[in-house]
Design a protein around this ligand. Structure first.
Ligand code: C2E
Ligand code: MG
Ligand code: MG
Length: 767
């Protein structure tokens, strides 16, 4: 494989060679020019000028183009075609000079014309290739636009420019046609360059400009030649020959200036400018078409030549084809658009379609005629998926649409937003009406579904919100409905409407979410309070739990109960965890080396499934110069349920680091004791609901005693949470709990207060 260095080196070599070939071309042109107005007589000089110098210009140009092909990546075919075109020109020249010019009676058209006309074919390929490389996307209609433009311009040019020339001739038909073919081919190429270039938005481009100039020179030469040849007064080696040589020199310069990087940049600029639609794109083909029609109408009879008429007919036909293709393109575009707005699984509109529709509906909604959005989330769908497989889940999701059809008006939009989330947009619907509809939808969905022959019951939680009040935008409407849905789910109420906070919005969760975002970005408002954990046998301080607090600028100190739901809704749990970890370790670094008391930090479900967590934790510990033993991470068992495999990986990784893990709030979740066996944990925290009554409820005491035994057998330590009085602490100690945490020991307190408390806690008093 050639390396980048090889590539650069060979490009540099090709450029140097190309420079020499350009010099050769220009030198040959200059020398030839000296002979135009006075060359020495004699066969040798004729050969030197007409054969050697004349063709040297062509060969030099061909060399430059071949080198351009070697250098360029995207334009390769174009420059090879150009090389072929120039070599065909050389062949034509040689045949003319060596054969045709030496005949007693010079025929016209001759065999050399076959080569000269053949020259246009690869030249066409070159132009198309160059234009194509400069245009980001190329459609069939663009080609046709070029053809329409070329034919139309050709028709006008032939009618106006060549018509008069032809009128004065009574030449032989073949001669007339051949000599006409050259300028027409030039005009077509030129029109292609200008027309297509303009339509496709090719920026001013040196290479194309030089090529265009070359074709203009050729057109001038061909028109003059047409005149001279028909009159029979053309002489080889005269000034006229210069026009063609200038063309070749300009082509050589074009090849030399071709720069693949510039081409790519031009294509990129075109792509950034976006697809060009509208009248500008159509202006040129339309004008050409109109001009063709004028030529056909005005030229009826014999005002214009037949060639002009045929070109005009071609132009009109191409325009017809173009219309047909445009029609097809528009249809295809609509189909693609439809696909992009449809949910593949259910065939319902997708999120994008819903957002568009909501945008439209919201524009027309007023406070008196509001629009409503119902956000539906199926309950128990995950279980269907997990126990019966995705196939069954998919089949269930597909049944939702048809099931709800009767509950929807023609103007309503039911969309699937993803997963088991659906939305119904109700234009012209007040809150109470929307709530009724939501109830009706819920009833329909509570009817059992039949999936693969099995009758299934799933529930649904529906959040209802309206716009323009309280939600002003589509995004807000979605968020309000989401908040309401979340509330419906956690309260198991089924349907919940979004109600803005009566305290003027400051207590509003939406608002809170935004404020929390700012608080996390700015820092300073968040703090941790620390609550000690002590050993029940000797009262040693064995830990401190960090509990997050938010010093809200207007609402005072907020507890996790107020802040965590907002963080979860706003997707801010991970940044919050980062902030808390940082605060906790900053605090722990102040006492660790004196007291060796680890700090416990609470994790949310989002953290437990975060595969980056171990790396983040290791980095944070290192930053604070703390060993892994200084940190314990607490998680609620339910958080592991969401993705047990991933959770286990994360916890395993953390424990490998040496960080302790603790199962929080044990006894509130659904898990069985047997499940504990599989948990990678060092400690279990018994929830207050289990520890609170041990003093007076023998059954509660029995549960704790057995849990302690099992937990110890599994090699875990046991922490009793929510110990509010010393008596309870004593009972828990007697039952075998290792550690206690609760108001009886100390309430959670700010860091400074905790440090003081810690100082005062020596020497320790057994509880
Ligand atoms: P938790 O981890 O079980 O924390 C113990 C909670 O019980 C704390 O409430 C604490 O103030 C309270 N508590 C402590 N001793 C007693 C007692 O003797 N009696 C009673 N009735 N309560 C007591 P807090 O600070 O409101 O935290 C509530 C929950 O919020 C925590 O429960 C924890 O699950 C969560 N949490 C706190 N901080 C964070 C955090 O930084 N990140 C995450 N993800 N969750 C946190
Ligand atoms: Mg905790
Ligand atoms: Mg707890």
């Amino acid at each position: 494989m050639p390396t980048e260095v090889d590539r650069v080196r060979s490009t540099a070599r090709a450029t140097a060679l190309s420079r020499r070939a350009v010099a050769l071309t220009l030198a040959a042109l200059a020398l030839f020019t000296t002979g135009v107005w006075g060359r020495p007589d004699g066969e040798v000089w004729a050969v030197a000028y007409d054969l050697v110098l004349y063709n040297a210009v062509y060969v030099g140009a061909a060399l430059v183009c071949a080198l351009a092909a070697l250098r360029a990546a995207g334009d390769r075919l174009a420059w090879w075609s150009m090389t072929v075109a120039l070599l065909l020109g050389v062949a034509g020249n040689l045949v003319y000079s060596l054969v045709v010019a030496r005949m007693a009676e010079e025929p016209f058209p001759s065999i050399s014309d076959a080569f000269y006309l053949g020259f246009y074919l690869p030249l066409y390929v070159t132009l198309v290739g160059l234009i194509r490389a400069r245009v980001p996307r190329f459609h069939a209609s663009m080609w046709l636009d070029g053809v329409v433009g070329a034919l139309g311009a050709g028709a006008v040019a032939v009618a106006v420019l060549l018509g008069p020339a032809l009128e004065v001739t009574e030449g032989h038909l073949a001669a007339v046609l051949t000599s006409l073919a050259y300028p027409i081919a030039d005009v077509v190429l030129l029109a292609l360059l200008v027309g297509v270039g303009a339509i496709l938005g090719v920026r001013r481009d040196r290479t194309l400009l030089l090529l265009g100039a070359g074709i203009v020179a050729q057109l001038v030469g061909d028109i003059v030649f047409l005149d001279l040849a028909i009159a029979g007064v053309y002489v080889e080696g005269g000034p006229l020959d210069l026009t063609w040589l200038i063309t070749m020199a300009l082509f050589a310069l074009a090849g030399h200036t071709s720069d693949p990087d510039a081409v790519r940049a031009s294509a990129r600029a075109g792509a950034q400018a976006g697809t060009r639609v509208g009248w500008r794109v159509l202006a040129l083909p339309l004008t050409c078409n109109l001009a063709s029609l004028v030529i056909l109408a005005a030229g009826y009879g014999d005002r214009f030549t037949a060639a002009a008429a045929w070109l005009a007919v071609g132009c009109v036909l191409a325009a017809l084809a173009r219309t047909a293709i445009t029609f097809r393109e528009v249809r295809a575009f609509n189909e693609v658009r439809e696909q992009a707005r449809t949910d593949e699984l259910t065939g319902l509109p997708n999120r994008r379609a819903l957002l568009d529709e909501a945008q439209r509906v919201l524009a027309a909604a007023t406070a008196r005629r509001p629009a409503a959005l119902l956000l539906l989330d199926l309950d128990g769908f995950k279980e269907v998926n997990d126990s019966l497989g995705h196939h069954a889940g998919d089949s269930l999701l597909r049944q939702v649409g048809p099931r709800l059809r009767d509950a929807l008006r023609a103007t309503d939009t039911l969309a699937r937003l993803g997963g088991d989330e659906f939305a119904v947009l109700l234009p012209n619907s007040a809150l109470d009406e929307a709530q009724e509809r939501a109830e009706r939808i819920r009833e329909l969905l509570l009817q059992p579904f039949t999936v693969e022959g099995i009758r299934l019951h799933v529930g649904v939680s529906i959040g209802v919100a309206t716009a323009p009040v309280p939600a002003a935008t589509v995004q807000e409407l979605l968020r309000c409905a989401d908040v309401a849905m979340y509330a419906a789910k956690s309260s198991r109420e089924g349907v919940r409407a979004y109600v803005p906070d009566p305290r003027g919005g400051t207590g509003d969760r939406l608002h809170t979410m935004e404020e929390l975002r700012t608080a996390l970005e700015d820092g300073g408002q968040l703090a941790v309070h620390l609550q000690p954990q002590v050993a029940l046998d000797d009262g040693r301080v064995v830990g401190a739990e960090a509990l997050v607090r938010w010093h809200h600028p207007t609402r005072g100190l907020l507890s996790p109960a107020e802040l965590l739901p907002a963080a979860e809704q706003a997707g801010l749990l991970r940044p919050l965890a980062d902030a808390v970890l940082e605060l906790s370790l900053t605090a722990a670094a102040r006492w660790w080396w004196d007291r060796r008391v680890p700090v416990s930090v609470n994790l949310s479900a989002a953290d437990v499934t975060d595969l980056d967590l171990p790396t983040k934790v290791a980095g944070a510990l290192a930053r604070h110069g703390l060993p892994a033993a200084a940190l314990t991470l607490e998680l609620v068992e339910d958080t592991l349920m969401a993705d047990p495999d991933r959770g286990r990986v994360v916890l395993g990784e953390l424990r490998r680091l040496g960080v302790r893990t603790s199962i929080d709030d044990y006894g509130t979740g659904y898990s069985s004791l047997a499940y504990l066996r599989h948990l990678p944990a060092d400690e279990l925290k018994l929830d207050r609901s289990l520890t609170r009554d041990v003093g007076h409820d023998p059954r509660a005491a029995a549960i704790v005693r057995h849990t302690v035994a099992l937990v110890h057998d599994l090699g875990l330590a046991l922490v009793a949470e929510g110990v509010e009085d010393d008596d309870t602490g004593a009972v828990l100690a007697a039952l075998g709990c290792d550690t206690a945490q609760g108001y009886a020991i100390a309430r959670p307190m700010p860091v400074e207060a905790f440090l003081e408390w810690l100082d005062a806690s020596v020497p320790v008093q057994p509880l």
